[in-house]
Design a protein around this ligand. Structure first.
Ligand code: HEC
Ligand code: HEC
Length: 129
């Protein structure tokens, strides 16, 4: 009897443990371009890359939280730059897929933006020296 109880309780422990690791909360609420199962680490790296590529802070694309004004509401789409960035992400992915074979990320946000919110215009060439 004791033995059975012991086995039963260890089975329950294992089941409880497994269900805990499977019923994980979705990590992010509003991903439309990135892989919905992206890890926290990869998302953070991606966001830091955006920040550096455009020379901005997170709040350039993310709206202020309505309930905690000292925080950003990362899932909100209220800041119009966020959707512009989504379009840019799709464009960048498309360029890489269509024109590059060996380098999967030949073109990045940095390639055009170079640390600027809006890429710089090229210098105007003239025939004068
Ligand atoms: C150039 C614009 C831009 C900048 C700068 C930026 N983000 Fe984002 N962020 C986005 C976009 C676009 C998405 C949504 C991606 C998608 O739809 O797949 C996003 C999504 C997120 C999410 C997921 C929110 C959710 O639950 O859906 C988090 C968290 C986040 N960003 C954090 C940050 C942090 C922290 C910084 C600063 C280090 C930052 N972002 C800087 C554009 C930006
Ligand atoms: C092929 C060049 C190119 C690439 C690659 C590119 N952008 Fe852009 N981006 C532009 C240009 C040009 C503009 C100026 C607005 C316009 O012409 O529509 C711009 C504008 C923006 C803006 C609006 C800035 C503002 O001042 O309102 C955001 C946000 C942005 N890009 C984010 C990104 C992100 C994030 C990436 C990478 C996923 C990226 N861009 C990749 C060319 C590029």
């Amino acid at each position: 009897m004791r033995r059975k109880m012991l086995i039963l309780s260890s089975v329950i422990t294992v089941v409880a443990f497994l269900s805990l690791s499977f019923v994980e909360e979705p990590k992010f609420k509003n991903l439309k371009v990135l892989d919905k199962n992206i890890s926290k680490e990869d998302l953070e790296i991606t966001m830091k890359q955006f920040k550096t590529a455009l020379g901005v802070k997170c709040n350039f694309c993310h709206a202020q939280s309505k309930t905690q004004p000292d925080k950003l509401d990362f899932a909100s789409d209220e800041n119009k730059h966020k959707n512009i960035a989504r379009g840019m992400m799709k464009m960048t992915m498309r360029i890489n897929k269509k024109y590059f074979r060996e380098h999967k990320n030949a073109i990045t946000c940095y390639s055009c933006h170079n640390g600027n919110k809006e890429p710089k215009d090229p210098p105007v060439e003239t025939l004068e020296e």
